[in-house]
Design a protein around this ligand. Structure first.
Ligand code: UDP
Length: 330
């Protein structure tokens, strides 16, 4: 199979590329290297079945050519990370909505299957935990930039489902919950790589708010395995799926666990939201997926425990920052 991965040099996109190449497929990655990085795919450079195009998702000609050359598209190119989204609201909406329009329009010509990667952010402030795919979305006010991201991804979902219903373009929508693992950077605010970096450096571990807010963390390898199975499954077409883990942990407890596993002497500090984010930021208190629909269709459950996941992130952080690895990069 020839697979196009938009955002293919990103954290999740690069792991997807690894998975498809491992099973013998040919991978075309499109990435503008804004939040993605060449480092994520450097190891694939010599693989003849891997092709990287460094360009924008807004470049209609390039997207059309790549979609034409491939059998399926996994659309991951998007603005990522709460911090980036809050700091750059215009770019966020333009990238997410405009990029998805370009990809779907290109896929419509050859009726190519598209997996659109969406996000648990679309559930917004809903308190119907665990979140089911058919739950109402509870989006906060337009004056809070975070919800612009949620709305842009919700619009992507409407658009994709519209392409399926109106133009018979086979689409699948995956709402990813907190995905973590090697290659994820804390640069855009993500909590686990941030805590791991702080713990290893002996810096204070910065827990936002009171640390009672919860998330469910899933290893990227389990997320990628689920996405590949969804793309392969004919009954996934026209459907929305939560993808992730349903093991819930409070952020304060996550910080404690990282500190212990990293054997760190860092102190834990509580940082008020108003100091961590620009004015008007609003956090989500609990975020837990209902994974029934996903499990019923593909029969897959996450394979790694949270401790194993955290340990893998610690190990990869240490390996990436070892003197030998730094010398190789220079
Ligand atoms: N968080 C934190 N300290 C940090 C970074 C994030 O306490 O240094 C918190 C953040 O406020 C949120 C949770 O961790 O409550 C998850 O944040 P992340 O950005 O990783 O994911 P999302 O909010 O999109 O679920």
């Amino acid at each position: 199979m020839r697979v196009l991965i938009t955002g293919g040099a990103g954290f999740i996109g690069s792991h997807l590329a690894d998975a498809y190449l491992a099973r013998g497929d040919e991978v075309f990655a499109l990435d503008n290297l804004s939040t993605g990085s060449f480092e994520n795919v450097r190891h694939l450079q010599t693989c003849p079945r891997f092709h990287l195009t460094i360009d924008s998702i807004h470049n209609v000609r390039v997207v059309n050519e790549l979609v034409d050359a491939c059998d399926v598209v996994l659309h991951l190119a998007a603005a990522v990370g709460v911090r980036l989204v809050v700091d750059h609201p215009v770019q966020t909406i333009e990238t997410n909505v405009g990029g998805t329009e370009v990809v779907l329009a290109a896929a419509a010509c050859g009726k190519k299957k598209v997996l659109v990667v969406s996000t648990s952010e679309v559930y917004g402030l809903s308190d119907r935990v665990p979140f089911r795919e058919d739950d109402p979305l509870v989006i906060g006010p337009t004056t809070t930039a975070r919800w612009g991201y949620a709305c842009s991804k919700a619009l992507d979902e409407f658009l994709a489902l519209g392409y399926w219903r109106e133009r018979r373009v086979p689409v699948v929508i995956a709402r990813l919950f907190n995905t973590v693992g090697p290659r994820q950077t804390g640069r855009y605010g993500m909590v686990l790589p941030t805590f791991v970096r702080q713990a290893i450096a002996g810096e204070p571990i910065t827990v936002h708010g009171d640390g009672m807010q919860t998330r469910c963390f899933c290893d990227v390898s389990d997320v990628v395995a689920s996405l590949v199975k969804l793309v392969d499954h004919p009954s996934a077409v026209g459907e929305v799926f939560n993808v992730g883990s349903d093991y819930e942990i409070a952020i304060g407890e996550l910080a404690e666990t990282v500190k212990i596993l990293a054997d760190s002497r860092s102190e834990l500090i509580l940082v008020p939201y108003c100091d961590a984010f620009p004015a008007g930021f609003e956090d989500v208190q609990r975020r837990v997926p209902d994974l029934t629909k996903l499990h019923d269709l593909i029969g897959y459950r996450p394979t790694r425990t949270l401790e194993q996941i955290i340990q893998r992130v610690i190990d990869s952080h240490r390996a990436a920052h070892s003197p030998r690895e730094r010398a190789v990069r220079v």
